[in-house]
Design a protein around this ligand. Structure first.
Ligand SMILES: [Mn+2]
Length: 265
């Protein structure tokens, strides 16, 4: 893919994300929800095709780059699709849509060696504009990592500033980094470090009740069959990258309920 076409796509798509709120409200229609893809371009293509065939809107939970073999194709294809799908394609930010991760896990090097650092900087700026979360059917909260300590009302997500190349905002950072744990009640420091936390069952239940939510859908942790549940099934984890020795999966959400889990293998 040549540099100038990538630049054109980045420049065309940036104003769209600039205008999107940090909390997307996606009420209408049914969704295919896809977890981490990390350069798994083939799985992304399958998701796009599946959604098109089934007449579903699409929601990706972040982590498009780093680690996998076809990172540039993966993210550029998604951004190009955003130009035509618009509101029917939601692309959330993951913890790998950040400079500190791209520096250590591959994406910065790949763009630098194939193109140049300036092009990487355009990607980094674009990543800083991606929304943090989406609310579907008024009752399904979707986010890369999960709930955050200090986040009471989901509207607070809208006050996270846009343009932070690495999230400095404490709530923003946790939304991208946190993991659930049934072994704790409230919040505990995460093995991931760097301000990330584990959220327990009481914190989860309180957040869900406070915001009248029924379901939380997130990604961030590989699952053996690409899919897992916690907290009496009210939290779903979906993972969609083949390179973790798992079956890449996606969730079909119909009227705010999980209709089925599909394999993207
Ligand atoms: Mn992640």
């Amino acid at each position: 893919m040549d540099r100038s076409s990538i630049v054109n796509i980045l420049e065309a798509v940036e104003p769209i994300f600039e205008k999107e709120p940090q909390l997307i409200i996606g009420d209408i229609g049914d969704f295919l929800i896809v977890g981490d893809t990390h350069g798994d371009y083939e799985t992304t293509l399958k998701a796009l095709k599946y959604a098109e065939k089934e007449g579903l809107r699409l929601l990706f939970l972040g982590d498009y780059v780093d680690r996998g073999p076809r990172q540039v194709e993966n993210i550029v294809t998604l951004l190009e699709s955003k130009l035509s799908w618009r509101n029917n394609l939601i692309l959330l930010r993951g913890n790998h849509e950040t400079v500190s991760m791209n520096r250590w896990y591959g994406f910065m090097d790949i763009v630098y060696h194939k193109y140049d650092l300036e092009l990487y900087e355009l990607f980094a700026r674009l990543f800083s504009k991606l929304p943090y979360a989406a609310l579907i059917n008024g009752k399904v909260f979707t986010v890369h990592g999960g709930i955050a300590e200090g986040l009471k009302k989901i509207d607070q997500v809208n006050s996270i500033p846009k343009g932070e190349l690495d999230p400095l905002d404490k709530i923003g950072l946790q939304l991208l980094w946190n993991d659930p744990s049934e072994d704790i009640e409230w919040f505990a420091p995460s093995w991931r470090g760097g301000g990330a936390k584990l959220y327990g069952w009481r914190a989860f239940n309180e957040f869900m009740e406070e915001n009248k939510l029924e379901l939380l859908v997130r990604a961030h942790e590989p699952q053996p069959n690409g899919y897992g549940e916690l907290f009496n099934g009210r939290l779903k984890t979906v993972f969609s990258c083949r390179f973790y020795g798992i079956t890449p999966s996606a969730i079909v959400l119909e009227d705010g309920l999980v209709k089925n889990v599909v394999s993207l293998e």
